[in-house]
Design a protein around this ligand. Structure first.
Ligand code: SF4
Length: 184
């Protein structure tokens, strides 16, 4: 087995997953995307409505914000690995609940073991808090590079904004790209 076949197997598993209640109303489960040999693993909070419709992460305007931030540091989606803490769209875009996050966490741990990134890019407060195990204020900590450490893996972790925030706040757009330049 290699990274590509391992990740494809995991994607198929996610598409069939019914571990938590978020499977009840989804159109599609949305597995990870991108290069399983990438140096950069981007992790967001959850999938959006348009992601749910097509079964791919970061569609629509949020996806455009991501693409623009990547472009500013000479990266494309093909250069990175992209995933979320939860992989099924929550009703009315509510935040995922703790038990849903817990049930989906195993997929992230497996993704991490397969990809072995040099840097995790935490897109927003919830991914940063889950991975650092403490409260995080993105306004004060974006651009900071910390150490992610679990029993099986450690690497650098960059805190930045959820790209969805850039949809509503023009000032955040350039900030995400600036933060990325600290690790790219
Ligand atoms: S959110 Fe995660 S754990 Fe819940 S059903 Fe979807 S893939 Fe499974």
């Amino acid at each position: 087995m290699n990274a590509r076949s391992d990740i494809e197997e995991l994607r198929q598993e996610v598409r069939r997953c019914t571990r938590c209640r978020l499977s009840d109303n989804r159109t599609h489960a949305v597995p990870n995307a991108g290069d399983p040999d990438a140096d950069f693993l981007f992790v967001g909070k959850m999938v959006g409505y348009q992601d749910d419709q097509v079964g791919q992460p970061y569609q629509g305007e949020a996806g455009k914000q991501l693409d623009d931030a990547l472009d500013a540091v000479d990266l494309t989606r093909e250069d990175i690995f992209l995933t979320n803490l939860t992989r099924c769209y929550p009703p009315e875009s509510r935040d995922p609940k703790t038990d849903e996050l817990d049930r989906c966490a195993d997929y992230f741990e497996r993704e991490l073991r397969i990809v072995e990134p040099e840097v995790i890019v935490a897109l927003g407060k919830l991914p940063a808090e889950r991975l650092l195990g403490r409260s995080v204020e993105v306004e004060g900590e974006h651009g900071e590079v910390y150490t992610y450490s679990s029993l099986t893996y450690s690497c650098r972790l960059l805190v930045t904004y959820n790209v969805g925030a850039a949809m509503y706040d023009d000032s955040v757009r350039g900030v995400i790209a600036d933060d990325l330049s600290n690790v790219v």
